[in-house]
Design a binder for this molecule. Sequence first.
Ligand SMILES: Nc1ncnc2c1ncn2[C@@H]1O[C@H](COP(=O)(O)OP(=O)(O)O)[C@@H](O)[C@H]1O
Ligand SMILES: [Mg+2]
Length: 256
Amino acid sequence: MISPLLRVVGLTHNFGGLRALEQVTFSVPEGAVFGLIGPNGAGKTTLFNCVTGVFPPSRGDIWLAEVPLTGLPPHAVAALGISRTSQNLRPWRDMTVLENVLVGCHLLGSCGLLGSALRLPACRREERRLRELALQCLERVHLADHAHDLVGELPLGGQRMVELTRALAANPRLLMLDEPAAGLHTRETQDLGDLIASLREQGLTVFLIEHDMSLVMSVCDRVAVLDHGELIAEGTPREVQADRRVLEAYLGGAAE
Ligand SMILES: Nc1ncnc2c1ncn2[C@@H]1O[C@H](COP(=O)(O)OP(=O)(O)O)[C@@H](O)[C@H]1O
Ligand SMILES: [Mg+2]
């Protein structure tokens, strides 16, 4: 049995009177690609926001390995080793690819953005080290050739890769991606799938919200399904695909 890296127990979240998550319990095994699917409004992004400290959950507990995350602010969660991309956030389009990734690397440095801007000597050394790191990350995702391109000049697929690389640059234990394939062409989606598979080969644990079922089915080891804030299924992609409650959730009861 592989030990869980992320554990979510009884997670409940309300927005005023709206119950966005209701008693959600599951674990993400270390080293796995774990998918989270469900119809629009099911609570997937809210779950990511609870895990990463954007919203303190109304009830329930979250652990990264043995470390409790519940109630920690986002920067503390990030420092413990969780990086994410957001569904709507875009990379800074008028900065270069390398500069975008450097922003992610700054989480690892001790000088911070201000020290670097003031060009303190220790910070200049650190800056060089972080640039090296950023370039290594870009090599990892085959973007090194585009390091000095403006992000706004890349196609959408490339921009998504930059966002992902920025998250990767913080050297996380857990990488969380919120709909990374939204709006991508088939070819770009395949490249993204290959990249996720290669990150898994390198030992990274990936937690993926995605609507593209072919991507989910091809890269995920396990999949959890949310519907109206409740976890209605969890298992291998094949198990989940054959689950009656899942079919009903997607077809609005027409599967009955
Ligand atoms: N910041 C918020 N304030 C109020 N309601 C929200 C907020 N974020 C999400 N919701 C509501 O919570 C429910 C779940 O939303 P969300 O987590 O974004 O779903 P998904 O990502 O699965 O599409 C929806 O009904 C949505 O309208
Ligand atoms: Mg969402």
